[in-house]
Design a protein around this ligand. Structure first.
Ligand code: KDG
Ligand code: MG
Length: 405
């Protein structure tokens, strides 16, 4: 049995604490595969792309032909690449791998060659307006067993800072149809962050892996300066230190600092990574398994990265649904050059809507041994949480001009 032809492809929207877009593919044999199609703040665009364009093309196709379907959808659109297109293709890819695993009676990681490690190291987030509060958050993460923690600090004079929340967890997307506006001041950030992270390092001692996300805000020379200033902190990585639209500029950053660099959560394809990997301008490729085109695409990325001693360390905030988290962890378990998996955790009743076999214990993830991806969606419960428009913030400099959020 291969799973047979696809007889239905449907899109579900749900918001059990935050918005998710889910693809459900059903085969003639009654096997159901689940894919994640969530693109934070642009959910309806992907839902429409799937409903209007891909779902009709999926019906009647052989569910077993995963790679052929990927190629068909990628090359077939003519308008290739881009986050909406690639997230939609990623959702289809995940659902088809789920079906293949269920048909084979095997967890997806077994189909990918089997485990190359016993468990997948994860990092989580710690956030604090003041250093003392940040240190408390780091301690709380290590008490939960995490050996790697992303640290985001408040900046004096700024009321909003990327990664630093007002509640216990930081959820950047705000409800409504118009984005919140934040004020950003790079000079204030650069003055404060090296000292704040040095205090965190002094608090933790040398053993803990500390990560920091600059979230695309710096110019190349500012990025170089920050990387250099943070060298004594011995970061595991400095993330999205500058917008990577011009890969060449990473050469300048690299020339000035040995702080490891991680980039790529907003990338959609292998080609955006190509130069960064082949010139070893980054240490960790951060593609999300869905936004980057699915398991099939992430495996190709890992194969390319492995040649250049670059690790694949996928994006995993709460906007990557538990279905995508499952897929990411299956790939991680079976991929030699996997680095670390981001695990922010989930708000509300997400774990009840998406019942998952994967576990997060002592700072490590495991996909479980349920056939397929190991996630089932409780559709009745999902329907009780209707989609609500929500958007990521935008950012302006102190003079009112737009900058990168
Ligand atoms: O939707 C945007 C978030 O996914 C992003 O801001 C989170 O940068 C992020 C991270 O590293 O988790
Ligand atoms: Mg990030």
């Amino acid at each position: 049995m291969t799973g047979g032809r696809i007889v239905a492809a449907e899109v579900l929207l749900t918001s059990p604490g935050r918005n998710y877009v889910t693809l459900k593919i059903t085969t003639v044999d009654g096997v159901v595969g689940w894919g994640d199609a969530t693109l934070n703040g642009r959910e309806l665009a992907v839902a429409a792309y799937l409903r209007e364009h891909l779902c009709p093309q999926l019906v009647g196709r052989d569910a077993a032909r995963i790679e052929d379907t990927w190629q068909y959808l990628y090359r077939g659109a003519y308008w290739r690449r881009g986050p909406v297109t690639m997230t939609a293709i990623g959702a289809v890819d995940l659902a088809l791998w789920d079906i293949k695993g269920k048909v084979a009676g095997l967890p997806v990681y077994q189909l990918l060659g089997g485990a190359v490690r016993d468990r997948v190291r994860a990092y989580t987030h710690a956030t604090g307006w003041e250093v003392a509060q940040l240190c408390d958050a780091v301690d709380a993460a290590t008490e939960r067993g995490f050996s790697a923690v992303r640290v985001q600090s408040g900046v004096p004079g700024l009321d909003t800072v990327y990664g630093v929340g007002r509640g216990p967890a930081y959820e950047p997307a705000g409800r409504g149809t118009v984005p919140a506006e934040e004020v950003w001041d790079t000079a204030a950030y650069l003055r404060h962050v090296p000292g704040a992270l040095a205090e965190v390092r002094a608090h933790t001692g040398p053993g803990l892996a500390l990560l920091h996300d600059a979230h695309h805000r710096l110019t190349p020379i500012e990025a170089a300066r920050l990387g250099k200033a943070l060298e004594p902190v011995d970061l595991f990585w400095l993330e999205d230190v500058t917008p990577a639209e011009n890969p060449d500029v990473l050469r300048r950053v690299r020339a000035h600092t040995t702080t490891p660099l991680a980039i790529g959560e907003v990338f959609s394809t292998l080609w955006e990574f190509q130069q960064l990997i082949t010139e070893q301008l980054i240490d960790h490729a951060r593609a999300a398994v869905t936004h980057g085109g699915g398991i099939s695409a992430l495996r190709r990325l890992a194969a390319l990265a492995d040649v250049w001693q670059v690790k694949v360390s996928p994006h995993g905030p709460s906007d990557v649904s538990p279905i995508a988290m499952a897929a990411s962890v299956h790939v991680a378990l079976a991929t030699p050059n996997h680095g670390i998996q981001e695990y922010m955790g989930y708000p509300g009743q997400v774990h009840e809507v998406f019942r998952h076999a994967w576990t997060c214990t002592d700072g490590h993830l495991h996909p479980g041994d349920t056939p397929g991806l190991g996630v089932e969606v409780d559709e009745a419960l999902a329907a009780r949480f209707p989609y609500e428009p929500a958007l990521l913030p935008v950012a302006r400099r102190r003079d009112g001009s737009m900058t990168d959020w």
